[in-house]
Design a protein around this ligand. Structure first.
Ligand code: GAR
Length: 197
């Protein structure tokens, strides 16, 4: 990558995917990428702590202050515009983005999902619920997907996928842990792929 690219990371939870990006930048696996800000809708998201420890600016946008989704995403747009980023990375961000937000950043938002989309995606399919549904389905394979975000939940063009086998006596925790380990590599690869094109 020649010139430096700026990204914003949106995260609602533990932030292990954020940590994978931070580590990849530190270890020069992801060159010329700078995390301009980490933004969360959860005050106690550990992702915010990870960002602070790495010296990255953090923003907590309280959904209680902006109860309408459109107002929330309008404020989110303003905040992100301050950083002038090349890419917005949803790394465990649990709010569904409004159409106007997605349109404001067309082809500039990517999301990581813990299954092989288009299977096991859409509204209500997030976090552990995804793994629970996969186990119930009896499928022998799951995985993770990074895709561009469009106004249809989890249905945007796929950038990269990795498969993970489902074991005969798998548990939600076991499957989720093995998929998460692959997510960390996939997300870094996908960011590089998108920003290098
Ligand atoms: C990850 O498994 C990610 O794929 C999932 O939430 C987890 C966040 O983990 N995202 C979704 O389910 C979005 N639909 P992390 O906070 O440790 O990165």
């Amino acid at each position: 990558m020649s010139s430096q690219k700026k990204i914003a990371v949106l995260a609602s939870g533990a932030g292990t995917n954020l940590q994978a990006i931070i580590d990849a930048i530190k270890n020069s696996k992801l060159n010329n990428v700078h995390i301009a800000a980490v933004i969360s809708d959860k005050k106690d998201a550990f992702a915010l702590e990870r960002a602070k420890s790495a010296g990255i600016e953090t923003v907590f946008l309280n959904p209680k202050d902006l109860t309408k989704n459109t107002d929330y995403d309008k404020k989110l747009t303003e905040v992100i515009n301050n950083y002038d980023v090349d890419l917005i990375v949803l790394a465990g961000y649990m709010r569904i983005l409004t159409k106007s937000f997605v349109n404001a950043f067309k082809n500039k938002i990517i999301n990581i999902h813990p299954a092989l989309l288009p299977d096991f995606g859409g509204r209500g399919m997030y976090g552990k619920r995804v793994h629970e549904a996969v186990l119930k389905s009896g499928k022998t394979e799951s995985g993770c997907t990074v895709h561009f975000v469009t106004d249809e939940v989890d249905a945007g063009p796929i950038i990269a996928q990795r498969k993970v086998p489902v074991m005969p006596h798998d548990t939600i925790a076991g499957l989720s842990e093995r998929i998460l380990a692959e997510e960390h590599k996939l997300l870094v690869e996908a960011i590089e792929k998108v920003l290098c094109k």
